[in-house]
Design a protein around this ligand. Structure first.
Ligand code: NAP
Length: 431
């Protein structure tokens, strides 16, 4: 058997501990599969004294994270700290620059600096690997880079954030509102104390940038991403969506359209029996459309110690086997600057909820605005009749231009009896 592959692990939190456990518990299995043992030389975290539920006493403890890059008995630096900049970014540059392979679960780092780091890895003839950065335990990076490599990709989209999917599922199953369910999710450990990255779509945004790059050979670009989270979705939306035959899912979508690319994070109505409509709770799912494969659909756990560590290990075993793959499937120098679709010109069917005072004439005003903006209504729904009181007014539209429907919504907000900003959700009629 060949000489061991030696690791330095930066960060011993949820994922770092998970990786350490797999290496300890599956040493023989991994050595057989990789053709050589995989060992840990050194580790670090912020607090050396913390009990992490795993024995790390056999490994060298290094206080200065950057020092991993200079250690002769380290082949691979495994970064499990997080954050787009600071320690993780500095470590990535230094480790790759010194000819160490770099494995990370850090989507924020790669969404912001992916192109620079991929180029640095190639210049130094080492791997930059990040299977765990998108959809946790689902091997979507490998699938995109290798499994679907013979296809021109038309679209990749899916449920990329388990916290949001859990919240939306709970809202539907219990009829409770967003804030209430978010509080529960935080108590159960499914959502962070500061939930911004999850519920405002940032986390899913980082992930779709990486999938866009893999699908279309473009540089990851987070700065131009259109992003809408799920804070504005309420129990009424969930209930009406159900009644109309849909589920509401936060989707990351990357789609090729007339030579340009649409890249967006937004909640969407999807048919409840569709592949994505049936993915509930903390599960993630990614749907890939290629010209020869037609469609591929992958489902699994997108986060947590085991699934994420499992994905990190797949990258480490690839390196032990000697696989060399460009980070985004093609050489970094060939990654193009993306040409983005103008979202205003895209066409979709929409769901609109207005919270209105139940009084005569509202419907006529709403209809006039929609007509003037060339938006054609498919269905109006109103339940109950309570004169002078707030009631939800639900509409679905036929295909309409995004810029027309957003203009109509802005005008409807100015109607005296419309009490709050209209809630606008696209309908994705996927299979
Ligand atoms: N958790 C998941 O389910 C999941 C899923 C997919 C991807 N990821 C990604 O995996 C990465 C790690 O996530 P995690 O959930 O494991 O995070 P975590 O539990 O918060 O652990 C972070 C670790 O990094 C250490 N750390 C923080 N700042 C440091 C610094 N400046 N120098 C050295 N060590 C430092 C912490 O030390 P102390 O323990 O001493 O505080 C901790 O051990 C992130 O990029 C995350 O986005 C996580």
């Amino acid at each position: 058997m060949d000489k061991p592959l030696k690791l330095a692990i930066a960060g011993l939190g949820t994922v770092g501990v998970g990786v350490t456990k797999i290496i300890q518990n599956h040493a023989d299995l991994i050595a057989t599969r990789a053709g050589r043992p995989i060992t840990i030389t050194a580790v670090n975290a912020r607090n050396r004294d913390k009990d992490r539920g795993v024995d790390v006493s056999a490994y060298q403890w290094v206080d200065d994270t950057a020092a991993f890059a200079d250690m002769d008995d380290v082949d691979v630096v495994v970064e499990l700290i997080g954050g787009s900049d600071g320690t993780a970014y500095d470590l990535a540059k230094k480790a790759l620059g010194k000819g160490k392979h770099f494995v990370t679960a850090n989507k924020a780092l790669l969404a912001h600096h992916g192109h620079e780091l991929a180029a640095l890895a190639e210049d130094n003839k080492v791997n930059l690997a990040y299977e765990a950065a998108v959809a946790g335990g689902i091997p979507i990076i490998k699938a995109m880079r290798e499994g679907f490599a013979g296809n021109a990709i038309d679209a990749v989209y899916g449920i990329l954030n388990g916290t949001c999917n859990y919240i939306l599922t709970e809202m539907r199953e219990t009829g409770r509102d967003f804030k209430d369910v978010l509080k529960d999710a935080q108590e159960l450990g499914y959502a962070e104390a500061d939930p911004t990255f999850d519920v405002d779509g940032v986390d899913a945004g980082h992930k779709i940038c990486l999938l866009t790059a893999l699908a279309f050979g473009t540089k990851p670009d987070f700065t131009s991403l259109e992003m809408t989270g799920i804070r504005h979705i309420n129990a009424t939306d969930i209930a009406f969506a159900s009644e109309l035959g849909y589920r509401i899912k936060l989707l990351g979508i990357a789609r090729r359209m007339n030579g340009k690319i649409m890249q967006i994070i937004e909640p969407c109505l999807v048919p409840k029996n569709s592949t994505l409509g049936t993915v509930e709770g903390v599960y993630n799912a990614v749907h890939v459309e290629g010209d020869y494969v037609a469609t591929g659909h992958l489902v699994g756990l997108g986060a947590g110690e085991g699934p994420t560590a499992s994905a990190v290990m797949s990258d480490i075993i690839d390196i032990a086997r000697g696989y060399e793959t460009p980070a985004f499937g093609i050489p970094a120098k060939d990654l193009q600057a993306p040409k983005w679709v103008n979202i205003g010109e895209t066409v979709n069917c929409y769901y609109i909820r207005l919270n209105v005072l139940d009084e005569p004439g509202v419907l006529a005003e709403v209809s006039a605005i929609l007509r003037d903006n060339k938006v054609s209504i498919e269905a109006f729904l109103q339940r109950g009749h309570d004169p002078g009181q707030p009631v939800p007014l639900i509409m679905t539209t036929h295909e309409s231009k995004h810029k027309n429907i957003t203009k109509a919504c802005a005008q409807m907000e100015n109607i005296k009896s419309v009490l709050e900003k209209p809630c606008l959700i696209p309908i994705e009629n996927i299979k």
